[in-house]
Ligand binder design. Structure first.
Ligand code: CMP
Length: 136
């Protein structure tokens, strides 16, 4: 039974020309792309996406970063996709993420860490409804 997750390929990855590399990893893993769109976020949408972080000290620069250029949003599907994708992207801080993960291989930052992925079934449900309401 397939599960779905929301993935954002963040503005740093778009700027650095890593979109193809990142999508390719998900495709080679065997995950299915159910939706994909390029978007540039406004502040209000960033606040909605990161509702649980808006009051944190790291949020203002995170918001500036996430609204600072186009990103690619995807819905990926597959068996245990939430956990599988979290493992493929690695720890939040690119300096600590394991080699072989997307962040471990391409990021040296705690903020500009290339990808976001839903961290639970509840957040996947909420985030997919926010980004792709037409998917139901
Ligand atoms: P993400 O998986 O999108 O979830 C929240 C984001 O906030 C995270 O990736 C990072 O981009 C950023 N973030 C989390 N913790 C910190 C931190 N301590 N300092 C700066 N940015 C952070």
């Amino acid at each position: 039974p397939d599960e779905r997750t929301l993935v954002l390929i963040k503005p740093d990855a778009v700027r650095r020309g890593l979109v193809g590399e990142i999508i390719s990893r998900f495709e080679r893993k065997g995950l299915r792309i159910d939706a994909m769109q390029t978007r540039t976020l406004d502040g209000g949408f960033a606040d909605q996406h990161y509702a649980e972080h808006v009051d944190k000290p790291f949020y203002p620069p995170l918001k500036a970063f996430m609204t600072g250029g186009p990103l690619v949003a995807l819905v990926l599907a597959g068996d245990q996709v939430i956990e599988v994708v979290r493992a493929m992207i690695g720890a939040t801080d690119g300096r600590k993420a394991a080699a072989g993960t997307i962040r471990g291989d391409f990021s040296l930052s705690n903020r500009e860490n290339l990808v976001h992925a839903s961290d639970s079934t509840d957040s996947a449900k909420r985030e997919i409804a926010l980004w792709f309401p037409e998917l139901g």
